[in-house]
Design a protein around this ligand. Sequence first.
Ligand SMILES: CC(C)(COP(=O)(O)OP(=O)(O)OC[C@H]1O[C@@H](n2cnc3c(N)ncnc32)[C@H](O)[C@@H]1OP(=O)(O)O)[C@@H](O)C(=O)NCCC(=O)NCCS
Length: 173
Amino acid sequence: MSTTTDYVSSVSLLSTVDFCYRGYTKLHRKLFMIKFIKKIINHVKFFYKGVDIDSPKNVTIGENVYIGKNVNIRGRGGVVIGDNVVIAFNTIILSANHNYKTGIPFGDDYILKPTIIGKGCWIGAGVIILPGVTIGDNVVVGAGTIVNQDIPDNAIICNDTKIKIIKYRKNAQ
Ligand SMILES: CC(C)(COP(=O)(O)OP(=O)(O)OC[C@H]1O[C@@H](n2cnc3c(N)ncnc32)[C@H](O)[C@@H]1OP(=O)(O)O)[C@@H](O)C(=O)NCCC(=O)NCCS
């Protein structure tokens, strides 16, 4: 893993991770934050700036994990990240749906779906992992993939996307 000055060690987590706790007092938020940071301080190798973790008490992070810039982890339904996982920038990990069957407005009625990422995975940039998905060990998830099903160990995956060239520009320099 390369080192750049952009990296921040887990020691300075407080200033780099946004924790989101709707409905809690400031004191509660601080207590949760300290608890969460204590939990991961010896485990997480790098957090990039802008990491956003919602409901961190439901998020379990293994050892030697790298979390890139602007990674967004919504932990409400439970998220488990195994050891030696790399999560590249702009990735989103989800673990709950609004209960859209109960009507509008959408409130605090959620369908919780735990999401699991196995050991030794590389999650590419801009991936979206949908609620309830289990990704096996040593999986490579290609950049931009929407992961909408369970993935077996050792798989290298991406969505089936084909570029369509629609036309060419005229008079371009
Ligand atoms: C998944 C990945 C590792 C595969 O790399 P690779 O083994 O060199 O694969 P190839 O480039 O030979 O591609 C094989 C096929 O998969 C397709 N493919 C590869 N990655 C894809 C992706 N992310 N989305 C859609 N299709 C993809 C290629 O277009 C190619 O299709 P074809 O066989 O129809 O031509 C790589 O493409 C990738 O997405 N890397 C993530 C990079 C990243 O996020 N870096 C962040 C810093 S950690």
